[in-house]
Write a protein that binds this ligand. Structure first.
Ligand SMILES: [Zn+2]
Length: 303
């Protein structure tokens, strides 16, 4: 008798849970974002109407990611895919094809004025490279928000007013953070506005806010710095008296340790470049990432 009551209570509970969970989950727009920073921006704009799956998670390196079968399954089940573009996700075309994804693709960097640079390949061949790290300028972040909002409205027109309101509120927050970043960098002595990072992820940041960035690895993490690159940088750090070297959350620290120890430049801490931190870390959202990075930069460069 007792066990039958327990069993039917259990069944009732399952039905209740099923109704509550099912109604929500079925209504939500299923979205996939290629990497954690973009995933957060999509969440801010999508709010409660959108369920976001992020492929390359916190502290992950999207330059060299290898998609999993679960990624293909998640993508196939989604209505909209958000990518950065600008050559960041070299693995995405293949994943899209293999998954059979039939939804809408939104390239979040659409409208950004891309930075390009000429890099010398091994063997002396020069190649023009597009810098994909456009999100490191908050002005570009605003373009991402607009593209994401418009993409969500296209797949979920009923949510138009919600997406517009979420985007407007978020754009305000981004504008405030943009003012804070400019004000913080403006307090630094001009001759100290130079840093070293391992890969060249701060080009847009440097151009927007007035910081000179030197990076041994170029704009991707795919190629390692050569001994010649490292020697050049060590010379440059000494000549230009570059005050600080910064670690990145997605790359190996050993090269920077070597540069710091050979030049006496101090290690200014860890910057979040291509990925957020886990939720309990110092940079769990796009705007937290700016707050953390600017805090680390101003601490290291102010004196
Ligand atoms: Zn990068």
């Amino acid at each position: 008798m007792k066990s039958r009551i327990v069993a039917s209570l259990g069944a009732a509970l399952i039905v209740l849970l099923g109704l509550a969970g099912g109604a929500n989950a079925a209504d939500k727009v299923k979205a996939v974002a290629s990497f954690s920073i973009l995933g957060d921006i999509v969440k801010q704009v999508g709010g409660d109407r959108v369920e976001v799956i992020t492929l390359v998670g916190p502290d992950g390196d999207a330059h060299v990611y290898e998609p999993t079968p679960a990624d293909a399954k998640n993508l196939a089940a989604s209505q909209i895919l958000f990518t950065n573009g600008l050559g960041f996700e070299g693995w995405m075309d293949r994943l899209e094809k293999s998954s059979g994804f039939k939804g809408k693709v939104v390239v979040a960097s659409t409208g950004v004025k891309p930075r390009t640079m000429v890099e010398e390949e091994e063997g002396g061949k020069a190649e023009t490279i597009t810098d994909p790290h456009a999100w490191q300028s908050l002005a570009n972040g605003k373009l991402y928000v607009a593209n994401i909002r418009d993409g969500l409205i296209a797949v979920d027109p009923d949510g138009k007013s919600v997406y517009e309101a979420n985007a407007a509120k978020y754009l305000d927050e981004i504008a405030k953070e943009e003012d804070a970043v400019k004000a913080a960098i403006a307090t630094l002595p001009k001759d100290r506005r130079k840093i070293i990072t391992s890969h060249d992820a701060f080009g847009y940041f440097g151009a927007a806010y007035g910081l000179e960035i030197i990076a041994p690895e170029g704009v991707s993490t795919e190629s390692e710095a050569s001994a010649k690159d490292v020697a050049t940088i060590i010379r440059q750090v000494r000549q230009e008296k570059i005050p600080a070297v910064f670690m990145e959350n997605i790359t190996d620290h050993r090269l920077l340790d070597q540069i710091a120890s050979e030049t006496g430049a101090k290690i200014g801490g860890e910057l979040y470049t291509d990925a957020l931190s886990p939720p309990d870390g110092p940079a769990p959202t796009y705007l937290d990432m700016f707050r953390h990075n600017v805090g680390a930069l101003t601490t290291a460069l102010s004196s």
